[in-house]
Write a protein that binds this ligand. Structure first.
Ligand code: FEO
Length: 169
């Protein structure tokens, strides 16, 4: 049985993951407006990943005999000054999520929930990958600067990203 404190912490994080999904959907819409279909694809995959992250915790809370209580999802930002500004926010957001996963692990430590700690290990590794992936796109965007041709080449590259349903936990 999951402790009340741990259950609340997971419920908070489910909301954060669903907000991530919503934020990236807003970013997907932004790149639709720019007609950069490879970026649109990149965010389509990102949205699916965030949904999978939320569902991983949703299922885990139930598996541990807890209850999921969904909260309202905050309205995300809808406009960005440039693709760079957008990806700067993605990186900042992923760093924030990493800090939240660390805080969840601190709570698991506090209540001596070893099972939750082991479950959260997957999320910690995923965050390392997420930050590295996003940081890579951001670094390329900075190199590209105002070169439209190079931006289209990156767009083509991002069109190849595919979603793989993760096995969480
Ligand atoms: Fe669910 Fe992008 O972290």
């Amino acid at each position: 049985m999951i402790s009340e404190k741990m259950e609340k912490a997971f419920n908070d994080q489910i909301n954060k993951e669903l907000y991530s999904e919503y934020l990236y959907l807003a970013m997907q819409a932004y790149f639709e407006r720019l007609n950069l279909k490879g970026f649109v694809n990149w965010f389509t995959v990102q949205v699916q990943e965030e949904h999978a992250h939320a569902m991983g915790m949703f299922n885990y809370v139930h598996e541990r005999g807890g209850e999921v209580e969904l909260e309202a999802i905050e309205k995300p930002q809808t406009k960005w000054a440039s693709p760079i500004a957008c990806f700067e926010q993605v990186l900042e957001h992923e760093q924030f999520v990493t800090s939240r996963i660390n805080a969840l692990m601190d709570t698991a430590d506090e209540v001596k929930d070893r099972a939750a700690l082991s479950f959260l290990d997957w999320y910690l590794k995923e965050q390392v990958e997420e930050e590295s992936n996003v940081g890579g796109v951001l670094a390329t965007l900075k190199l590209i600067g105002d070169d439209k041709k190079a931006l289209l080449m990156l767009d083509k590259e991002l069109a190849a990203r595919t979603f793989v349903q993760p096995v969480i936990g």
